[in-house]
Design a protein around this ligand. Sequence first.
Ligand code: ADP
Length: 189
Amino acid sequence: MRLLIMGPPGAGKGTQAKGIAERYGIPAISTGDIFRANVKNKTPLGLEVDRIMKSGGYVGDDITNQIVADRLAEGDAANGFLLDGYPRTLAQVEALDSVLEGLGQSLDAVICLEADTDEVVARLAKRAEIEGRADDTEEAIRVRQETYVKETAPLLDVYAKRGQLVRVNGLGSVDEVGQRIASALDERG
Ligand code: ADP
C-alpha cells in the first residue's frame, strides 16, 4: 500500500497514520515528526526550520522535498508507505510525482480526514495544554489553519481528479475513525 493522509491541522492525521501503518505493515512517514526531531536535536536542519514551524508557516519546498525523497529511498519504504503531512503544496505534489515515477511506483489512495475548523481548533487548543507543542499557540494555530486552506486544501482537487481521493469523516473516537478509514480502503480493494 502506498498512501497519503491529508486534512487540516488537528484532524488527527498523526494518530490515524500510526493505526493504518500498523494494519498494513508499512512505515508512517510524517514530515512534521522529522522536522520536530531535528529541532529537538538542534541539527542544522532543525535550527533552520525551528522559527518557521513556531510561526505556523510551511518549511520551504526544496528542503521538504529532499527529505521525503531521501526517506522514500530507504529500504523499509520499498514495499509501501504512508505519508502524513506531505505533500502540502502543488510543488510538493509535483516533486512526489517525479520521485514515485523514478521508483516505478504509484499511489493507491489519498485519505482525506475531514473535520470543520471549529472542531480542529478546539482539539489543538486542548493538545496545547497537554503536550505544549511549540506551534500550538493561538496565533500559530490560526496561521496553520489559514495556510492549510490556502496552500493545501486545493491539492484535494488534484487527487480527486486522479480518482485517488478517499474522504473520511474525522469526527468521533480514534477507533471509530480508524474503522471508517479501514472500510473505505477495503472498499477500494
Ligand atoms: P499539523 O498537521 O498539526 O500542522 P505537522 O506535524 O504535520 O502538524 O506539521 C507541523 C509543521 O511542520 C507545519 O506547520 C510546518 O511548519 C512543518 N511541515 C510539516 N510538513 C510540511 C510540509 N510537507 N511542507 C512544509 N512544511 C511542513
